[in-house]
Structure formats: structure tokens, C-alpha cells
Ligand binder design. Sequence first.
Ligand SMILES: [Zn+2]
Length: 307
Amino acid sequence: MLPFKLVYADGYDLNLGSHVFPSRKYRLIKEHLLAEGLATSGDFLVPAPCTDEDILRVHFQDYLYKLKTGSLTQAEVLRMEVPYSRELIDACRLAAGGSILAGQCALADGWAANIGGGFHHAYPDHGEGFCIIHDVAVAIRRLQFDKAIEQAMVVDTDVHHGNGTAAIFGGDGTVFTFSIHQENNYPYPKPPSTIDVHLPDGVGDDDYLAILEKHLNRAFQSFSPDILFYVAGADPYREDQLGGLALTIDGLYRRDALVFDYARRHRVPAVITLGGGYARAVADTVHIHIGTILAARDCAQAKAASS
Ligand SMILES: [Zn+2]
């Protein structure tokens, strides 16, 4: 049994078949956690889809209309890089509902994980890069609307810059955005986050961790969030097909442990969302995402042991 809730729905699977986006990873993560005895069925919560009202706190009305009616242009669908379907929109609504629920759980328990979400390339008016609805932004806006939080921090360690996050929250002093990513990679352009760490190609574990720690220090010195949303991309992995960094699976666990240690020491509830992961072997992507959940477990238990 885990010391926090896992939010998951079978409907997260976009059923994309042989697409580079391994949407079956969500189900594989759940199955692996249960099969290995790392979690029990009682650890899981099933989210409700987010509402139109939730989406419209982030996205434009005409974009939502196009998503609901299937009236996106061909160019708009190509930019999404996933085929349009009603099921796709249902899955995106579920993922955003999952990030809302995980945020609520984290405020109650200190930690929570959405075994999905992290769709950080979605903009208010369009989707791109496999991201249609910005679940993290929807969750932050909902928690602010409910007056459950005032300020949030988004820490994004996906190998790709969090362009949608930066665009949505740019100029909003209530949300601090942090992205550490490979500079020479999608997306172009990269609108400014509060802190952007543009890494050269091929950075490995030790350099990455030293740079991450330096900039997390800066972030937590300058901002006191009520909640931290973590976009824990598995794609800085050295075997990733869409990434050009060189982290190992152990290095990715240490990355996650570092982020969670900052949250713990600053007493900030932390919400995991998964982000991308395109390893040649899907099992590696699953392993890395599970490592993120275990890093949070280990940090939560270390805290319990020391208090
Ligand atoms: Zn990515």
C-alpha cells in the first residue's frame, strides 16, 4: 500500500496502436504496480472527466467547440500529431479530471499521482505534440477557482520544453513555471517560462542533477507555492526515440527524488503527472514512470520516519 493515492482510468488509453506515443503505458503501469505488490487496488481512484467549465478556464471557447464537434481543420489535426476521434477527446477530459483529482488528493495527503496527464504542449487555442487539453493548467485553475490554493509551481523535467505551460501562465504571478529540457529539440519557438534551463545535447546523470539542483534552489528561494505539479517526463532517458539527453533509469529516479526532496523540505504538496516517454522498449518507459511513483513513496516515507 502506498502513502498516497494513484489516479487512473482505463479510458486514458488512446488506443493509438503502433503510434510512437505508447498510450498503453498507462494500463501497463497500473498492472505492473499491482503485479509487483507495489500498490493495492485500494490505492487507486478513478477520476471523473473534467467539465466544459474546467476546460474554459484555460482554453478558448472556439477551440473547445471544434474539439467537441470534430470541426478542427486538417492543419489543426496535423499539428496535434495524433488522429482526431471522440475517444481522444474523452481520454483528454479524463486525464484533466485526473489531474484535478490528484491535486485535491495532494492537498489532503501531501502527495498524489495521476498515472496520466502532463500534456504540457497544449495551448489555449490549439493542441500540438500529442497534447490536446492542458490537464495541469486545468487543474491549477480549478484549484484556484475553488480557493483551495492561491499559488502553484509547475516543475517540468520532460525532455521537451513546456511551451503550452509557459504560454498559459506567462505574466501570471500566481503560477511559477520551471522547465528543464533539451534546447535543440521540439518545440520551436519556446515561449519563456519563469525559469527555463536549456540543456545541450547529450547531458548525462551527474551534470543534469547538478544543474537541476542549482535551478530548483533558485525557484524555491523566489517563490512559495501552495502546491507543486510535476511533469515527470520519461523522455530524458538515453534510449528515448524523441529525446537527445543521456540520463539512465537510475539517474531519472535520482532526478525525481531531488524534486520531491525540495517539495518535502518546503512542505509543498506534490502532484505527479507523467509527461512523455518514447523509449525503444515500452517496458523502459513504464519502468521510469514507476520509478517516479516510487521516488515519491520513498520521500514520503523518509519524511514520516523523521517526524
Ligand atoms: Zn516530451
